[in-house]
Design a protein around this ligand. Structure first.
Ligand code: ADP
Ligand code: MG
Length: 677
């Protein structure tokens, strides 16, 4: 057999198991190879009974003096008890409904493996695994623990990975160049594959993992580096006369110092002759849109075009509403291009863009279509960039030559991660909110507050405010819709005189926009939704947000949600349900109520939940990683990035590394797809 062969031809794996394995993404032997253990059980160490301790799993060698005794304790429940000894003591064995154990265990010496509990003065092993000493294959070694699915056992996973390891070609193509492996003391691919599946020591498994994580991060860095390379080599579009005085004068308010600083930093980049490549990070509501507006103005003022891309229709429309009057005042034409426009409308706008009649184009991913051709694109701005794939960012800048790029994000990420994802992007931080903002009063509550909160919702409406109610998105089946729907129904009943609207992830885009628009117009009082409102919507009249089951969310996500209120001048509130879901939930929500600093919250999130999906690759539009953990493997990350930079410096197009190049192209081919919901 070869690695390309299908798994169903492996001995012991019939068509039914092959079908089950497909659920784990395993079709060929190669797929099996890439299905790594999620952990290991160390059964090399035999512990003496005297040295057992409660709560952990141990392997013991012990003698069973008499067969197990089975008792029928109630309907459908048999218990078999026994006692095993070594020279240091005795341990009880207990099996529930295990006829096999009762029949198979005769007097003799066995290796037992299982979790140990204390019962009075004696230890007991419940349902331990066992095999005769010296005549089995489960003890005396490191056991890989694989992810499973219904119908597939650890034994099956060992069978398929074993079959794959048997046919490993002696010369596997290795994407990590030899000198890189030498420098970082990493085993070659063939060795790493063997060690990760069948390590003889835990250290070997760690070495293998290190190598494979390094490889993943290296491939990722190479891919990102190549995307970047395509733009950084040439000079940026020259934009000489910035005309910022006119811009500032046209604004309805004066900018904060942090906004000004971000704009100045962009201008310095542009003046330097390089293409601008900058990430502007700022908490929700910090006024990033105005920095984008400044750049759009600079392009237009120089007779060039700018594009501002947002992840949703509504957001694009809001940007238009903000920018249109401003640009109008400055004598700059402004247009919108989104997916929901009719083909005729789109065609018209596309023609105007191509003719250069529209200077500032605001849109959604519809801007990425091949049909959109700019006359002279000089500036590209990507808002809420984590909603776009890295490829999409590149597609937009490739619509002009040496385009200046600014990406904006409210998602704070740790520095090491930022270095990998954004590479040589410069970073500006807006660390100040516009003046006059009220601090949002936040409370973590339990179900016992339900009626008071209902009354509070009513009160906010009576005072002329509006209310967001957010329900968690449960991915299973249709329960997402049910819970948001259920919540909306309940509110309609307890507050029959209020107008309640509902949107969820499964609403049609048009329907969703219509309801959101109605909320923005004030014709709905209470908007019940899943997290579809997470991104950038601006409804200054909203004064209260209620989050149901807030313990299901990450802290950073809750913080972003909270940023939807407190956008006007009125005192705003945020209520998190879920404080009665245990001490951990209570603590986390308390952190959130205490601080409003997005960076501090992201840090707390990281510490309390571990990496969590918030820092997962998908959140940043990157290809999925199998082993690497973007928050945890930061040391390897630096090395991998260095190695990638070294290769790209000598061979920017990877012409001398065709296999590496092919692998990267495959890895990036699908990233960013399906990111729009
Ligand atoms: P975000 O950084 O979340 O994208 P926005 O750009 O949407 O924030 O700005 C949030 C709100 O603050 C908008 O209503 C905007 O008009 C307002 N705003 C922005 N800058 C200022 C400022 N310097 N002074 C007063 N209001 C401002
Ligand atoms: Mg914004």
């Amino acid at each position: 057999m070869t690695l390309q062969d299908e798994i169903r031809f492996v001995r012991g794996i019939g068509p039914r198991k092959a079908q089950a394995l497909e659920r784990l993404g395993i079709r060929t032997l190669y797929d099996a190879l890439e299905c790594y253990p999620r952990g290991y059980e160390d059964r090399t160490v035999v512990t003496r009974i005297r040295d057992l301790s409660e709560g952990e799993s141990f392997c013991i060698h012990a003698v069973l003096a008499a067969p197990l005794k089975t008792a029928h304790i109630r309907r459908g429940m048999d218990v078999s008890n026994g006692m095993a000894y070594d020279e240091t003591g005795a341990v009880s064995l207990r099996f529930f409904n295990n006829r096999y154990a009762a029949a198979a265990l005769e007097s003799g010496e066995y290796a037992f493996f299982g979790k140990v509990q204390r019962e009075g003065r004696r230890f007991v092993m419940i349902n331990p695994e066992f095999e005769p000493v010296g005549r089995g294959n489960k003890t005396g070694r490191i056991l890989p623990i694989y992810p499973l699915t219904a119908g597939i056992h650890q034994k099956d996973m060992e069978t398929v990975t074993g079959a794959a390891l048997c046919v490993l070609p002696p010369q596997m193509p290795d994407y990590l160049p030899e000198d890189v492996r030498d420098r970082y003391a990493l085993p070659d691919l063939q060795e790493a594959m063997t060690l990760i599946h069948r390590p003889q020591t835990i250290e070997q498994a760690e070495t293998a993992r290190r190598r494979l994580v390094f490889e993943e991060l290296f491939l990722l860095s190479c891919g990102l580096g190549r995307l970047r390379e395509r733009r950084s080599s040439a000079g940026g579009v020259p934009l000489r006369d910035l005309g910022l005085k006119d811009f500032y004068r046209a604004l309805p308010f004066s900018l904060t110092r942090a906004q000004m600083r971000a704009i100045e930093e962009c201008c310095l980049d542009i003046a330097s002759g390089r293409p601008l490549s900058r990430l502007v990070q700022g908490d929700v509501g910090s006024g990033k849109t105005m920095v984008a507006a400044a750049l759009c103005w600079i392009a237009a003022h120089n007779g060039k075009q700018a594009a501002l891309m947002a992840p949703t229709e509504l957001l694009a429309q809001q940007h238009l509403q903000t920018l249109y009057p401003l640009m109008n005042k400055l004598g700059v034409s402004c247009g919108l291009l989104t997916g929901s426009m009719t083909p005729k409308q789109k065609k018209e706008v596309q023609a105007q863009i191509a003719a250069g009649e529209i200077s500032v184009v605001i849109g959604t991913h519809a801007l990425l279509s091949e049909k959109v051709q700019f006359a002279n694109l000089a500036v590209a701005v990507v808002d809420e960039q984590h909603r776009f794939g890295v490829n999409q960012r590149a597609t937009l800048t490739q619509k002009g030559q040496n385009v200046h790029l600014m990406v904006m994000s409210a998602t704070p990420i740790p520095r090491t991660l930022a270095l990998l994802i954004y590479g040589d992007l410069d970073v500006s931080i807006i660390d100040e909110l516009p003046p006059g903002r009220q601090k949002i009063e936040s409370y973590a509550v339990g179900q016992n507050m339900r009626r008071r909160i209902d009354a509070f919702i009513d009160k906010q409406c009576r005072l002329g405010g509006q209310v967001y109610v957010v329900c968690p998105l449960v991915e299973d089946g249709d329960s997402e819709r049910v819970s948001a729907e259920h919540c909306a129904e309940r509110l309609k009943q307890v507050l029959p005189h209020r107008r309640v609207g509902l949107v969820h992830g499964r609403s049609k885009a048009q329907e969703k926009d219509a309801v959101m628009q109605a909320f923005a117009d004030g014709s709905i009082d209470i908007l019940v939704s899943t997290t579809v409102i997470e991104v950038g919507v601006n409804v200054p009249n909203a004064t209260l947000m209620v989050v149901e089951d807030a313990d299901c969310f990450g802290l950073s996500q809750l913080h972003q949600l909270r940023g939807r209120v407190g956008r006007g001048t009125r005192q705003s509130y945020c209520i998190f349900f879920g404080a009665d879901k245990g001490e951990n939930a209570k603590q986390r929500l308390a952190t959130l109520c205490r601080t409003t600093d997005g960076f501090a919250i992201a840090q707390a999130d990281l510490e309390q939940r571990g990496a969590g999906d918030f820092f997962g690759t998908r959140q940043h539009g990157l290809p999925p990683l199998k082993l690497a953990n973007l928050a945890g493997d930061t040391r390897l990350m630096a090395g991998a990035k260095q190695a990638a930079d070294d290769i790209l410096r000598l061979d920017p197009d990877l012409e001398e590394h065709p296999e590496l190049r092919g692998r990267i192209d495959r890895m990036f081919a699908r990233c960013g797809e399906g990111m729009f919901n």
